[in-house]
Design a protein around this ligand. Structure first.
Ligand code: CP
Length: 334
């Protein structure tokens, strides 16, 4: 693996390899001394053209726990505001010796451009591009599902490393969601059965070609399918202007919540073992009620913690994949 741009690039073995490596990284994090020497002398650049809390902080934490040097670049307050292009920004960072560039950009395809432009020599990791992809989010979601639900349905893999047989409902603003696109592909690759649930106005054109089912009726899906995991999507108000992506307008909040919000009543329709997920940030009271977000079955905070282990695994595999993770973990944790 040279770059991580899309979950479409991961076959089952590659995806399981990342999840297994993340589990090894998580084991090192439960020790008193968390820092591994694996990426000492390497530089990771966090290049964020769009706002982020979880992804940016967890990539920084992951890189530092592997002893890499980290440069944080935010478009706000940089020369981007003076009109500097992605190319010139990338060339400037390359001059500082970036071994990996973690990029979030409002334009779908920007990480792909960066990876194939020759502007940077290092690995490119997509931390979310437009409405296209957010592969490390999907990986941490799969990791979280695996931790809670593996073996529940007696999947095809006797070692229980994939998600075969599990049912996942992804609910809400699918139209604007790179999280949904990334998850549908990765969850299918890992054998899960995925259903998207959304109002007709928030379903993308061409969804019939995606490897999943589509429903417009949340209560029906909860009652009839009994999903093992329900993943609520953020309603992306900032992308909903009349001229925005897909031309979608902001839905009536009361109607949206009535049709597609997860609340205490809908929680009771889920099987007892089901987990509640949300990539964050949440619109409490819109797509998810406080009852649901704070319930015992919500794993939303754990998703954030798992993001560090998954991003450590991705950085490790891209920058030091020739070392075995167990060796890296044992060769001088300090
Ligand atoms: N889930 C996610 O990408 O959150 P941030 O926008 O805070 O990084």
């Amino acid at each position: 693996m040279r770059h991580l741009l899309s979950t479409a690039d991961l076959d089952r073995a590659a995806a399981i390899g990342i999840l297994d490596t993340a589990a090894q990284m998580a084991a090192t994090q439960s020790r008193e001394i968390k820092k591994l020497p694996t990426l000492r002398g390497r530089t990771v650049v966090n290049l964020f053209f769009e706002d982020s809390t979880r992804t940016r902080i967890s990539f920084e934490t992951a890189a530092k726990r592997l002893s890499a040097d980290v440069i944080n670049f935010s478009a706000k307050g940089s020369s981007v505001s003076k009109g500097e292009s992605l190319k010139d920004t990338a060339l400037t960072l390359q001059a500082m010796g970036a071994d990996a560039v973690v990029i979030r950009h409002q334009a779908s395809g920007a990480p792909h451009t960066l990876a194939h432009s020759g502007w940077v020599d290092g690995a490119v990791i997509n931390a979310g591009d437009g409405t296209h992809q957010h592969p490390t989010q999907a990986l941490l979601d799969a990791y979280t599902i695996r931790r809670h639900l593996v073996g529940l349905r007696g999947g095809a893999d006797p070692a229980g490393r994939d998600l075969a047989g599990l049912k996942v409902a992804i609910v809400g603003d699918v139209l604007h969601s790179r999280v949904a696109r990334s998850n549908v592909l990765l969850l299918r690759t890992l054998g899960a059965d995925v259903t998207l649930v959304a109002p007709p106005t928030l379903v993308p054109v061409g969804v019939e070609t995606w490897p999943c089912r589509v429903s417009y009726h949340l209560d029906e899906v909860l009652r009839e399918q009994q999903p093992d995991a329900i993943m609520m999507l953020r309603v992306q108000r900032e992308r909903m202007t009349a001229g925005g992506a897909g031309g979608a307008f902001f839905p009536n909040p009361l109607e949206y919540t009535r049709g597609y919000g997860l609340d205490a009543r809908r929680l009771r329709l889920l099987p007892d073992h089901a987990i509640v997920m949300h990539p964050g940030p949440m619109n409490r009271g819109l797509e998810i009620s406080a009852d649901a977000a704070d319930s015992a079955r919500a794993v939303i905070v754990e998703q954030v913690a798992n993001g560090v282990a998954v991003r450590m695994a991705v950085l490790y595999l891209l920058l030091a994949g020739d070392q075995r993770p167990a060796e890296a973990a044992q060769s001088g944790a300090r």
